[in-house]
Design a protein around this ligand. Structure first.
Ligand code: G1P
Length: 295
């Protein structure tokens, strides 16, 4: 495949972060394995990839992250145990997780930043476009955000990142984009003029925040190689995206869907409640229970 091809087949999932915002829960287990209702955060992200038509997932792990590989592996002893107990539906559920898609793993040995983590996937991605999904944000729903971005990429041949409006007092938590507002037919997709990583509300060029979903051309690797450590002394993906925007053009897409920012304790709790309420098995009982709390 050459970089002229616009089909997106691969996704990179950076999962090497230390999870300090979740301590002590993440002292001995990866934050990606914390469960919202009945699934680890990283499984929501993998399911979004599968629903988008991605067939190859590259996970960038680090020290203490073995549970992620085990989760997406077959588990014959557990399946056997469940079968013997007559719980074949659970055995199938466990088996299907290992069958979702093809996984490869690479390790980030030092916490040098999100940009550095993505760069480590260069050899595994090769010369083709790919998606990046950050696991702190989960966006369940029938219209996967990664698929929405892939459609824009396949139509335009330009890198595209998902954005959403946030309150101005929260700009310091996100990458913020400065966009060219045009009245084109697709008013959700805009040309990016510039990006800033976590600006103060006063410095933010807009209130459009980067949500943690990207579809990028392979040229991003060259941009990452030229990116010096930025905010927090880390190699920031946002800084490499600035280069890409200047040299090749880059789009922002206001996606359709509802995101849950599960990247800190309060966000995680909100995601748990909202996704719990949507559960087909016990959502209505949970709603009843919450009503009894008389808050
Ligand atoms: C990262 C990115 C940031 C983006 C955010 C979305 O930051 O650097 O640009 O807006 O994810 O969740 P992090 O939350 O990892 O600090």
């Amino acid at each position: 495949m050459t970089n002229n091809s616009k089909r997106v087949r691969k996704a990179v999932l950076p999962a090497a972060g230390l999870g300090t915002r979740f301590l002590p829960a993440t002292k001995a287990q990866p934050k990606e394995m914390l469960s919202v209702v009945d699934k680890p955060l990283i499984q929501y992200v993998v399911e979004e990839c599968v629903a988008s038509g991605i067939d190859n997932i590259i996970i960038v792990t680090g020290k203490g992250k073995n549970a992620i590989e085990d989760h997406f592996d077959f588990s014959p002893a557990l399946e056997d145990f469940l079968e013997k107990k007559g719980k074949s539906d659970l055995a199938k559920l466990v088996h299907d997780i290992g069958n979702m898609v093809h996984f490869s793993y690479t390790r980030q040995k030092e916490p040098l930043g999100l940009g550095h983590a993505v760069l480590l996937a260069k050899e595994l991605v090769g010369d083709e476009p790919f998606a990046v999904l950050l696991g702190d944000v989960i966006i369940p729903g029938p219209n996967p955000v990664t698929r929405q971005l892939m459609d824009v990429y396949e139509r335009t041949g330009k890198g595209v990142i998902a954005v959403e409006e946030v309150p101005r007092e929260r700009t310091g938590l996100y990458g913020i984009v400065d966009v060219e507002r045009t009245s084109s037919a697709d008013s959700r997709t805009m040309q990016i003029r510039d990006l800033v990583e976590k600006p103060t509300p006063a410095e933010a060029p807009s209130t459009l925040a980067v949500t943690g979903r990207y579809v990028l051309p392979p040229e991003i690797f060259d941009c990452l190689e030229r990116t010096k450590p930025g905010r927090g002394g880390e190699i920031q993906l946002t800084d490499a995206l600035r280069l890409l925007a200047q040299e090749k053009g880059l789009l922002a897409h206001v996606y359709e869907g509802k995101s849950h920012d599960a990247g800190d304790k309060l966000g995680f709790l909100k995601a748990t409640v909202e996704i719990g309420l949507e559960n087909t098995e016990f959502g209505s009982d949970f709603r009843e229970y919450l009503r009894t709390l008389k808050l």
